[in-house]
Design a protein around this ligand. Structure first.
Ligand code: SIN
Length: 334
């Protein structure tokens, strides 16, 4: 673990915040000033920290570069490494965690940690839409606010949070909603937990769903997670896709139209495959808002989890049980 020299801060005892680096655009570099055509995950944590005025005055910082990748290349193995470090370090003299991460899959890693990290200490995930070398890069302010949030007493008991563009979001509800603008994350119609103004968090909401220490998902000792695929329904979608998915995965999530629905051909094929294979099939919606909450033909409803979040919960559920009723209860609870 690297220690970063810290500045004194007006007599207050400093909190100890661990920053875990995984890469992304926040650590990306390209042609000076430009926001396109760059490479994500090229800079080390030390450079990111040096690039944020006042950061070392906020907290005593230590850090680890766990990986340095474009987040489209993050794997379940990386999740297990990350959660393993948080679960180990939480027993040390640590007050909170910041995880730097690419934005493309940030919401998936965030929800995985929200369900599987065994800590009551704040875990704040952060990224950037513009690389470090861009004009008006957004990473430095996002990182500053992530450390400020992680050291805050107000951040306790919210599980994993994401800080982005002055917003604080629950890992459960947050999703990426823009391909390039800096205000790229949203809690959809559930909203945000609150705002950051400079280094001060203002909370207005709290998620009611249990997380972290209050879930049955403990991945200690695992070196892989059950495999779950997402089947995306569209007009004229070939039901043979479902044959492939049920043959290759331990469970399947439907990104359905409307209320998590699909054609009669797909629904009938899914019902048959659930019965034949005994594998779980979770209906979610490709729609940004609302929820899927009625049961059909042996399928489990994803509630208001989007397909990629439903996939994370199904992977974790399958580490505990193959019982569809129990998995359905997990979806109603988390
Ligand atoms: C990535 O997800 O690693 C690249 C894109 C980004 O961080 O915004």
């Amino acid at each position: 673990m690297t220690n970063y020299p810290t500045m004194p801060v007006d007599g207050r005892a400093k909190k100890h915040i661990v920053i875990l680096g995984t890469g992304g655009t926040i650590a990306g570099t390209g042609e000076p000033g430009r926001t396109t055509g760059y490479t994500a995950g090229t800079l080390e944590l030390q450079t990111l920290i040096d690039g944020v005025p006042g950061l070392t005055g906020l907290a005593r910082l230590t850090g680890e570069q766990l990986i340095n990748a474009d987040s489209d290349n993050i794997t379940a193995r990386d999740w297990l490494t990350l959660v393993g470090r948080i679960n180990a370090l939480t027993h040390d003299d640590v007050d909170g965690f910041v995880v730097t991460h690419g934005t493309d899959t940030l919401e998936e890693t965030a929800f995985f940690l929200h369900l599987a990290a065994k800590t009551h200490k704040p875990v704040v995930m952060v990224g950037a839409m513009r690389p470090y070398t861009a004009t008006s890069a957004d990473g430095p302010m996002n990182l500053y606010q992530a450390v400020a949030l992680a050291r805050s007493d107000a951040a306790k008991d919210h599980g994993v949070m994401v800080v982005f563009s002055d917003g604080i979001y629950s890992a459960r509800d947050v999703t990426k909603v823009n391909t390039f603008k800096t205000d790229a994350f949203s809690g959809r119609d559930i909203g945000c937990l609150g705002y950051m103004r400079d280094d001060t968090p203002y909370f207005f909401h709290k998620s009611l769903q249990p997380h972290t220490l209050s879930t049955p998902f403990d991945v200690t000792g695992l070196d892989a997670l059950p495999s779950v695929g997402i089947a995306y329904f569209h007009i004229d979608a070939d039901p043979a896709v479902l044959d492939f998915m049920f043959a290759h995965y331990d469970g399947v999530v439907l990104a359905g139209a409307g209320d998590g629905l699909a054609s009669s051909l797909w629904s009938d094929r899914a019902a048959r495959l659930i019965a034949e294979t005994g594998k779980p099939f979770v209906r979610s919606a490709r729609i940004a808002n609302g929820m899927v909450n009625f049961q059909t033909n042996g399928a489990i409803s994803a509630g208001n989890l989007n397909p990629q979040k439903a996939r994370v919960l199904l992977q974790l559920a399958l580490t505990v049980t193959r019982d569809h009723q129990k998995i359905g209860q997990y979806f109603a609870t988390y």
